[in-house]
Design a protein around this ligand. Sequence first.
Ligand SMILES: Nc1ncnc2c1ncn2[C@@H]1O[C@H](COP(=O)(O)OP(=O)(O)OP(=O)(O)O)[C@@H](O)[C@H]1O
Ligand SMILES: [Mg+2]
Length: 337
Amino acid sequence: MVERDKLLDVQGLKTYFETDRGVVKAVDDISYHVKEGETVGIVGESGCGKSVTALSIMNLVQGPRGRVAGGKIMYTTKGGERVEITALPPYSPKMRAIRGSEISMIFQEPMTALNPVYTIGEQIAETVCLHQKVSKKKGRERAIEMLELVGIAAPSRRINEYPHQLSGGMRQRAMIGMALSCDPRFLIADEPTTALDVTIEAQILDLMLHLQEKLGMAMQFITHDLGVISTMAKRVVVMYTGHVVEKASVDDIFYDPRHPYTKGLLASVPTLGRQERLVPIKGTVPNMNELPKGCYFSPRCQEAMDICHQEEPPSYQLEGDHIVKCWLWEQEGVRLP
Ligand SMILES: Nc1ncnc2c1ncn2[C@@H]1O[C@H](COP(=O)(O)OP(=O)(O)OP(=O)(O)O)[C@@H](O)[C@H]1O
Ligand SMILES: [Mg+2]
């Protein structure tokens, strides 16, 4: 693939945190890309580095304890310029411009992203005014339009309300409206529907798909819910303890998973009408300060061999664009550098 086809190109990214108990390698040498207009799903259990990956793309990893320790993130702007995000100072004019008018993020916690002392309308209008340099009146009109778009009834009244006056589902919609208000080319949605009940979740997912079609934006959709991934994504990146353990098309992930971790995730998803018992993956995600030797998944893996407990597996390319980081594929796969 020609490099410029990649809207976002994450190459060997490492994001580390210094803690009192040592260095936490929250993201450790991950690579994937997102093409223009496509949705890539990122899945994995809690604590595997999904949000830290997203924050690294937004260049919002907080120093002095957090830092990008290696690799780079490349982004291709509207004008076709390939920008190395990881080389830009977080609050430089260029980074601010990218963060506002090119890449938007729906944060995992709406209450931490919405400011409690400003009304919903003020916050959306400010985002619009700041990045599109329009008047306050235009900004307000745009805010009403966005609330309408995300299905909030009586938007001209609702924009005068404060975040705490809205229900959880409404707040989430307002966050989505805010993230979409500047027509981003790339949207990072970090568990945008996890806190919602299933009917509202379905509505919001529908809305995002609809908006994606209308605006042609690309998405990185983060969730630990494989059911949600199946409706949203074309390709899937499976993460475990800061590593990418499998990457493939959504069909391959669901019908031909190759990593025991991915198989485990699938076996623990309820499927409508399925008779067999759900099988959760045994054990829990290890503490990031006490990672096991060899493959980090080996203590929980049903198929682990001796080498898995000794050495970290390389990544292998299987047929097509299917990539798996697991010793089981040593014979059949092509080892990646
Ligand atoms: N500021 C920080 N300081 C130290 N460790 C951190 C910091 N932020 C994240 N981590 C650690 O990095 C790891 C990855 O965290 P991250 O938030 O990316 O997980 P996640 O995959 O988004 O999980 P969840 O599904 O629960 O949202 C975790 O072990 C977390 O404790
Ligand atoms: Mg998270």
